[in-house]
Ligand binder design. Structure first.
Ligand code: ZN
Length: 91
């Protein structure tokens, strides 16, 4: 599973299991730097969710963080957009 899929799966699981309050407490602890020891993968996922909530965005295609407003709006970076644009011109 891709990292971004794991992040989405975690978000769905938190909602479905009704553990959002517990998960929010964990997020706050991670933000404050006093989180309990946890699985490294889980920690990375929690950190990514915190970053997403802060408005940071990653390319849906390659997973690189996006920084320019156009890419953020589209959810895809310039290098990954190029092949898509070529396709559009041909069609
Ligand atoms: Zn990309």
């Amino acid at each position: 599973m891709e990292f971004s899929e794991k992040v989405d799966a975690m978000k769905r699981a938190v909602k479905a299991d009704g553990i959002s309050a517990k998960f929010n407490a964990l997020k706050e602890a991670v933000k404050a730097g006093n989180a309990p020891p946890m699985n490294k993968d889980v920690r990375l996922i929690v950190e990514r969710i915190i970053a997403q909530e802060a408005g940071r965005v990653w390319c849906q295609n390659c997973g690189k963080e996006l920084t320019d407003p156009k890419s953020i709006a589209l959810g895809i970076g310039p290098e990954c957009r190029k092949p898509l644009l070529k396709k559009k011109v041909k069609a």
